[in-house]
Design a protein around this ligand. Structure first.
Ligand code: BES
Ligand code: MN
Ligand code: MN
Length: 465
């Protein structure tokens, strides 16, 4: 590829790519909300068409018990290595919608402090439509310029944001179709636009929902108040007992499998550029908080956590209503680190939570989904290609970094397909994924395409048969 395309996309090409990505973002593929099932299917069709356009000669949409999986491939020579690209076309619900400055499904470009060249605002712009689309455009450009030197497969799913429940079975059943030499994923973050990073670990997840039930109906709080348990009080008390005064999680044996942090890893983390004041000011908070004895970066990447994601019950409508609610609910998730087993942790949570309940209420605990934690070895062929690609495109060597988020299928991939996963993300943590005003920098989008093309170049050079 000549340098003019490589390092300087023409305005015309940029506009074309941005407009295509806008189309992708405009379809509200909210996997969690069954009202959007039709839109999710429409998005799968859009993805299939896009894959065809960029060079896939075989594509297929696979139905699952949930949302469809889109597969595509361009096999140029079966003797060459094969890269499998994974990503997701589903997005998080946009709520609370009133906090968006623009329509989440009508993308616009705005400049921000961290994105002076402009960023695309819209749900999924960064997580993960924008990052998936970089891979499509990278392939298109490689085809256009006769650069493709390996086979490419795509598996783009529609249920990542709800736990990828049906994907494991699909992967198990389609090992041959998905056969590859390396799996490439752009669904994580870099440290900053001047300091790229390679994600070498992800946290796991246990997602729970709890219900505390008292009397069989809501009660008049004057007639019954003071005489029976209030399930919301009970629930909040139980929740407050899930952490001790050091902010450690109180579930028995919760930390049993956790590997104590090594001095070497601590030193590595302390070298990651991080400014606590900027962190606080970006979030508009004046203090951080977490497990005693760990830094903010340690707390948000290599330590396990427990958080209430939502809590509800009783009367929350307009005006006042004097009742003792009969039910109280909460959604609670735990982020897990290497060696913790999400099924064991979920069971441990259930037992502990039930033990915390006083007599007089009924407690139900449900496990939603889980994900295993993931660590990738350094120095593999794919890792080195990724490192060289970032170094070349950003002009700075990437730093290894463990991310705090989870991608459920990643550890499953390594186990079932027996190949390595390379996490080459391009988002920033401040891009507000899952939040109102999610955005993705134009710099990141085009740098991403460039870096992916370089990855293919270095990876296929190393793998000449
Ligand atoms: N792309 C994110 C995960 C992520 C983001 C990892 C940034 C590292 C850095 C993914 O779409 C996501 O949100 N995953 C969920 C998991 C899930 C089971 C709903 C998560 O981490 O909450
Ligand atoms: Mn994602
Ligand atoms: Mn997500």
């Amino acid at each position: 590829m000549n340098n003019s395309i490589m390092y300087n996309f023409s305005d015309k090409l940029k506009d074309k790519f941005i407009n295509e990505l806008f189309e992708f973002i405009k379809i509200p593929s909210i996997s969690a909300d069954s009202k959007y099932t039709k839109e999710v299917h429409k998005t799968a069709l859009w993805v299939e068409k896009a894959l065809k356009k960029v060079g896939c000669n075989k594509t297929k949409i696979f139905k699952t018990k949930g949302h469809p999986i889109v597969f595509g491939e361009q096999i140029i020579d079966p003797k060459l290595k094969t890269v499998l690209v994974y990503g997701h076309y589903d997005v998080q619900p946009p709520d609370p919608i009133e906090l968006w400055d623009s329509n989440p499904f009508d993308p616009i470009i705005k400049k921000t402090k961290l994105h002076p060249e402009g960023a695309i605002f819209g749900r999924g712009s960064c997580d993960d439509k924008g990052q998936v689309f970089m891979h499509f455009k990278a392939l298109e450009l490689m085809n256009l310029n006769g650069l493709l030197n390996c086979n490419v497969k795509f598996m783009i799913e529609g249920e990542e944001e709800v736990g990828s429940d049906n994907l494991e079975l699909f992967v198990k059943k389609n090992k041959n179709l998905l056969k590859n030499d390396i799996i490439l994923i752009s669904d994580t973050s870099i440290i900053s636009n001047v300091q790229p990073s390679i994600t070498t670990g992800l946290r796991g997840l246990s997602y729970m929902e709890v219900l505390v039930e008292g009397a069989k109906r809501d009660l008049h709080s004057g007639l019954y108040g003071g005489a029976v348990l209030n399930p919301i009080h009970v629930l909040t008390k139980m929740i407050s007992k899930l952490h001790d005064s050091d902010n450690k999680i109180t579930i028995p044996r919760f930390y049993e499998e956790v590997i104590p942090i090594r001095k070497k890893d601590r030193e590595k983390i302390s070298l990651i550029p991080f400014n606590l004041n900027n962190y606080k000011s970006e979030l508009n908070i004046n203090e951080v908080s977490g497990e005693i004895g760990y830094s903010t970066l340690e707390r948000s990447s290599i330590r396990p956590t427990l958080d209430v994601n939502g809590i509800w019950g009783g009367y929350t409508g307009e005006g006042a209503k004097t009742i003792i609610p009969s039910k109280a609910h909460a959604k609670i998730s735990m982020r897990l680190v290497p060696n913790q087993n999400w099924k064991k942790i979920s069971k441990g949570f259930e037992d502990h939570f039930k033990n915390l309940a006083p007599k007089g209420v009924k407690v139900t605990v449900k496990t939603h989904h889980g994900a295993a934690p993931f660590t990738s070895p350094l120095g593999s062929v794919g890792y080195t290609a990724a490192k060289n690609a970032y170094t070349k495109s950003f002009g700075v060597e990437p730093i290894d970094q463990k991310d705090g988020g989870s991608i459920p299928i990643v550890p499953v991939f390594e186990e079932i397909l027996n190949s390595r996963v390379i996490l080459m993300g391009f988002g920033l943590n401040s891009d507000a994924i899952h939040s109102p005003n999610e955005h993705f920098g134009l710099f990141n989008f085009f740098k991403g395409i460039e870096t992916i093309i370089l990855f293919y170049k270095y990876y296929s050079e190393k793998n000449k048969n």
